[in-house]
Ligand binder design. Structure first.
Ligand SMILES: Cc1ncc(COP(=O)(O)O)c(C=O)c1O
Length: 392
C-alpha cells in the first residue's frame, strides 16, 4: 500500500497519546488523576436530554439530515447570537450548523488553502488549525503567542511578505491552551490588518460562555467590519456540556459560510436531527445552567490555583476557558515536568509543547474533573517539594 504523504506527516493526535498513557497506568491498577483533557465532567442538563430523547423517537428524525441543518436550528443560533452579543445574523446565509466546531475548522482549510498557500496560525494553538492547513497542502506560518503580549499575536511582527501571501488567519479567544482573553479593541485591529492584506479571519470561540468573576468574553463578530472578513466557530460542547453529542456552528460572513457549506455538503450529511433539536432546546431555553457550571469551575479554579502556588508554581488565575496555564519550574521542560508529575504523583497534565514550539515551558491543567478527583489531586500536591530538575 502506498499511503499519501500527509499520513506520514501526522503526529499522533495529542490527546490520543495522553489517553493511551492514562489507560496503560489504569490497566496496571494505578489510580491516575487526570487534568489533561478539556471535556466537561458535568452531564448535559436534563431539559436538553429530555428533548433529545423525545426527538429521537420521532421517525422523521431517523432519516438523513440536510447538510445545512434544520431552518429552526439555524434560527435558534441566530437568536442566541442576538441575545448574547447583540448581533443580527441572517439564519439562511450567515449561520451554518456543524458536527462540532472541530469538523468545521478542519473543513474550512479546504475553502481557502490550495497547495503552497499560507495560513497564519497561533502557536501554541489548537492543533486542528495547522493540521487542516497541512491536509489542504498549505503551509502554516506560526504566530507566536507570548506572555508579555497577553498571549495575543503581535500583528506588527508578521512580515509584510508573509501577510501578503496569507489567505487565512486563525484566532481563538478565550484561548486554548493559554486561557487568555482578547479585548474587542484587539479584534478591531485584526479586522484592519485582515482588510489591509485581504486575509479571511476564522475566529474559534467555543469558550466564550465559560468565564469567571462576572467577566463576559466578546465575539470576534462584534469588531468593527468583522462581518466583511470573518467567521466565528462556536460550539455547544463546553457551553452546555455536550461534547459527546457533536454539535457546533459557524456564523459570520455569508461568502465564507457558503464556501464551508459547499465543502461540507460534499463530505458529510449534517448533524443527526434529534441532536439539532436538542441544540434548539439548549440555545433557546433557560441559560441558568451556564452560570451554575461556571460557579463550579470557578471554585475548582481557585482550589487548583492555590494548590499550584503552594508548591511554588507561578500561576495567573484564568478569567475564562476551562484551563489553568502555568510555567514549569526552572530547569524543566514541559514534557519532563509533565512526565515527572505522572511518575511521582500519578497526575496527568498536558505539556504546553504539544500545542506548538511556543508552548514549551508551560503545562495546561483542565478544570473538567470531578470535585472529588480535584481534591484528591490537590492532596497529592500538598506539601510536595518539587524535585530538582534532571541534569542535562
Ligand atoms: C479551541 C478549540 N476549538 C474547537 C474545539 C472543538 O470543539 P467541538 O467539540 O465543538 O468540536 C475545542 C475542543 O476542545 C477547542 O479547544
Amino acid at each position: 500500500m502506498k499511503f499519501a504523504e500527509r499520513i506520514s506527516k501526522l503526529q499522533p493526535y495529542l490527546f490520543v497519546e495522553i489517553s493511551r498513557k492514562i489507560n496503560e497506568k489504569r490497566a496496571a491498577g494505578i489510580d491516575v488523576i487526570t487534568f489533561a483533557i478539556g471535556d466537561p465532567d458535568i452531564p448535559t442538563p436534563p431539559h436538553i436530554l429530555n428533548r433529545l430523547l423525545e426527538a429521537s423517537r420521532d421517525p422523521k428524525n431517523h432519516r438523513y439530515p440536510e447538510s445545512e441543518g434544520l431552518p429552526e436550528f439555524r434560527r435558534a443560533i441566530a437568536h442566541w447570537y442576538q441575545k448574547r452579543f447583540g448581533l443580527t445574523l441572517d439564519p439562511d446565509k450567515e449561520v451554518l450548523p456543524l458536527i462540532g466546531a472541530k469538523e468545521g475548522i478542519g473543513h474550512m482549510a479546504l475553502c481557502f488553502i490550495d497547495p503552497g498557500d499560507v495560513a497564519l496560525v497561533p502557536d501554541p494553538g489548537y492543533p486542528v488549525y495547522s493540521v487542516g492547513t497541512m491536509f489542504a497542502g498549505g503551509e502554516s506560518y506560526f504566530m507566536p503567542l507570548a506572555e508579555e503580549n497577553g498571549w495575543l499575536p503581535d500583528l506588527e511582527a508578521i512580515p509584510p511578505e508573509v501577510a501578503r501571501k496569507a489567505k487565512v488567519m486563525w484566532l481563538n479567544y478565550p484561548n486554548n491552551p493559554t486561557s487568555a482573553v482578547a479585548p474587542l479593541d484587539y479584534f478591531n485591529k485584526v479586522v484592519e490588518f485582515a482588510k489591509r492584506y485581504d486575509i479571511a479571519v476564522c475566529h474559534d470561540g467555543p469558550y466564550t460562555e465559560v468565564a469567571y468573576d462576572g467577566y463576559k468574553p466578546v465575539s470576534f463578530l462584534q469588531a468593527k467590519g468583522a462581518m466583511d472578513v470573518a467567521i466565528e466557530f462556536h460550539s455547544l460542547s463546553k457551553t452546555y456540556n455536550m461534547t459527546g453529542w457533536r454539535v457546533g456552528m459557524a456564523v459570520g460572513n455569508a461568502q465564507m459560510i457558503n464556501a464551508l457549506m459547499r465543502v461540507k455538503s460534499n463530505l458529510d450529511s449534517g448533524i443527526p436531527q434529534a441532536i439539532q433539536i436538542a441544540g434548539i432546546e439548549a440555545l433557546t431555553a433557560s441559560q441558568e445552567s451556564i452560570e451554575e457550571h461556571n460557579g463550579i469551575y470557578q471554585r475548582r479554579r481557585d482550589r487548583l490555583v492555590a494548590a499550584l502556588r503552594s508548591i511554588g508554581l507561578r500561576v495567573t488565575p484564568p478569567q475564562a476557558s476551562l484551563y489553568v496555564w502555568t510555567r514549569v519550574p526552572e530547569g524543566y521542560t514541559s514534557a519532563s515536568f509533565a512526565g515527572m508529575l505522572l511518575e511521582e504523583k500519578d497526575i496527568v497534565v498536558t505539556p504546553g509543547s504539544g500545542y506548538g514550539a511556543y508552548g514549551e515551558g508551560y503545562i495546561r491543567l483542565s478544570l473538567t474533573l470531578s470535585d472529588a478527583d480535584l481534591e484528591r489531586g490537590i492532596k497529592r500536591l500538598s506539601g510536595w517539594r518539587i524535585p530538582s530538575p534532571p541534569k542535562r
